[in-house]
Design a binder for this molecule. Structure first.
Ligand SMILES: [Zn+2]
Length: 599
């Protein structure tokens, strides 16, 4: 039995949280907030904050947080219903009850994963039904890639029919559920249509094996981008966290304490066929801190089976940061130049296994590659190689490690170690003597106990919690680079208010929300925050497009967008009189993030 949502809300709104807490600890008013010694842990200096207006508390010492209901629950050892009843009695509110069980967010997730699973089954049947002529080119294509029926069944590969609403018609679900599961959307007339059409689809499962989304690949002759993934706006899918194949990989990965990261779905399947089951792939994004954190839960060693210097791949600095933060070791498999791991696994499975077994530490691999390509028969060639190699070495945060590579390079290039060090400071962009590397952890990931020291993304969230009307129209998921902040934003935007949003997110995100909710946002400048947030997002996108332009050699295609973004950054730095002015840039960023489909 549960209490009607509206009544819970009323009880929460009527309770005066300061009066509720005062008998347990003395609170002093500081500005618009109240603070005091934490009633939940022993302390001598106050780190317990209360925001009366929002009706919430947060302890910066022990991370205890909540609203009036949570406080009564904690203090009096009651369950949720019991705590609401105590508060209702104090405020003279009569409660109404429902039969529905608690834990809406958990059951919601289950609903959506079941819906995605139904979609996967539908697509799979379409592919496997030999009488289905629409799917025949897909079957032919898969067969040409060496995938037989067993492979299709193992990975639940499917075919999204070439029509507007084959799936939507089959599923018969509400508009809300269709959109929330990332399976479709509504057209201008309010009709449902499918997100994936005329594509081979690979269901993406989370590590527990629950279906959360799809990667869709077009047929070779078809129009449109090669890959299209479930949108990040789907409620249960987040590309910065999901690793394709982890559900199948985790057994072997646990046994061997190693994961192999490939570039795409077909590479993972290729690895499986070559007998390397511990392989995963990111879904249309470079590795993120969340990916690294997730992998660290399963293994100590990560082998990158793609071009580690390729466009969009994690920068060296981040890799070293993850090695120290998550206790991971990164290595690189030496795949033959230009080879597609998926093809290699099929044509030369032993070669594939060998390349992975002989993977070298991240820095060693990159230094060796420079030295292998160098012209070692001239003094100039060797000096150039040493300089180039030292640029890579200088990126490593540990002096001891850097020194070992100095010796190695000196040895290979037939120069003295001192000369190598000298070359590094003359020719290298990064001086190896700086020692201290910048903090590479994601903003807001940890160490954020002190209120006031906020990233711009956190400032935007704080404003959204306290003064939503001032900036909610100017925010979008595309503006958040920190996955925790992004999740917090999505929850606030979808649920529409703080208490409900906090109930739907994981612990880390709830902690961030709780921390921001007790703070004072009355002096914040919404326009300034939006402008800075937009400028950062535009800058990020411009840098990414430049990398793509460089790697593809096709500057012409990207130049107009890059110029547009750079112009936008400059405009934002100068005075923006009215936020309406930033609309085109905001639209661009939203559209781009939704259509970013580089498999
Ligand atoms: Zn505390």
């Amino acid at each position: 039995m549960a209490i009607v949502d509206d009544d819970v809300r009323r009880v929460r709104d009527e309770a005066d949280i300061v009066r509720l807490i005062t008998p347990h600890t003395q609170l002093k008013k500081v500005g618009r907030q109240w603070s005091g010694l934490c009633p939940f842990h022993n302390e001598k200096t106050p780190s317990f904050s209360v925001n009366q207006e929002k009706g919430v508390y947060y302890c910066f010492g022990c991370q205890a947080q909540g609203d009036a209901i949570e406080f009564v629950r904690q203090m009096e050892g009651l369950d949720f219903v019991g705590a609401v009843e105590v508060l209702a009695a104090r405020s003279g509110i009569t409660l109404r009850y429902t039969e529905r069980a608690e834990g809406r967010s958990r059951s919601r997730r289950k609903e959506l994963t079941e819906l995605v699973a139904r979609a996967a089954a539908f697509y799979h049947e379409r592919l496997m039904d030999q009488g289905d002529t629409d799917a025949r080119p897909a079957r032919d294509y898969l067969r040409s890639r060496g995938y037989d029926g067993e492979v299709a069944r193992t990975f639940t590969i499917g075919w999204a029919p070439d029509g507007w609403n084959a799936l939507s018609t089959h599923l018969k679900v509400s508009d809300e559920d269709l959109v929330a599961a990332g399976l479709g959307a509504l057209n201008r007339h309010g009709g449902q249509y499918d997100f994936f059409r005329a594509r081979i689809v690979f269901p993406i499962f989370d590590e527990r094996g629950e279906a959360v989304g799809f990667g869709g690949r077009k047929l070779p002759d078809a129009e449109g981008p090669k890959y299209k993934n479930t949108s990040d706006r789907a409620e249960i899918y987040s590309k910065s966290q999901i690793l394709y194949g982890l559900n199948w990989a985790k057994t072997e990965a646990g046994r061997m304490d190693e994961l192999v990261v490939c570039e795409g779905y077909t590479d993972v399947i290729g690895c499986h066929l070559a007998g390397v089951e511990r392989s995963v792939a990111t879904c249309g994004t470079a590795l993120t801190p969340d990916h690294a954190r997730k992998m660290a839960r399963f293994v100590k060693r990560v082998v990158l089976a793609f071009d580690a210097d390729g466009p969009g791949q994690a920068a060296a600095e981040r890799v070293y940061g993850w090695e120290s933060e998550f206790g991971l070791q990164f290595a690189v498999a030496d795949l033959p130049a230009g080879s597609d791991p998926g093809d290699l696994a099929r044509s030369d499975p032993e070669g594939m296994q060998r390349a992975i077994a002989e993977a070298r530490p991240y820095l060693e691999f990159r230094v060796d590659r420079v030295l292998e390509r160098a012209e070692m028969d001239s003094l100039e060639g060797r000096a150039r190689a040493a300089t180039e190699a030292m640029v890579l070495v200088a990126e490593h945060p540990e002096e001891l490690v850097r020194d070992q590579y100095v010796m190695r390079i000196a040895d290979r290039c037939l120069v003295s170690a001192d000369e190598v060090r000298r070359l590094a400071t003359v020719g290298g962009r990064n001086s190896p003597s700086s020692g201290q590397r910048p903090d590479v952890r994601s903003a807001g990931g940890s160490g954020g106990n002190i209120p006031g020291r906020l990233t711009i993304e956190h400032q935007a969230l704080r404003l959204l919690i306290h003064r939503p009307e001032d900036l909610s129209a100017w925010l979008a998921p595309a503006l958040f680079a920190d996955p925790v902040a992004e999740m917090a934003y999505r929850a606030l935007a979808e649920v529409g208010e703080f208490h409900g949003a906090r109930a739907t997110v994981d612990d880390e995100t709830a902690d961030l929300l709780g921390r921001l909710a007790v703070q004072d946002a009355s002096d914040d400048d919404p326009k300034g925050v939006v402008c800075r947030l937009l400028a950062l997002a535009a800058e990020r996108n411009a840098v990414e497009l430049e990398a793509r332009a460089r790697s593809s050699g096709d500057l012409g295609t990207y130049q107009p967008s890059i110029a547009f973004l750079r112009r936008g950054v400059i405009d934002l730095r100068e005075t923006v009189a009215d936020l309406d002015q930033v609309e085109p840039l905001l639209r661009w960023l939203i559209d781009y993030s939704e259509n970013d489909t580089d498999g």
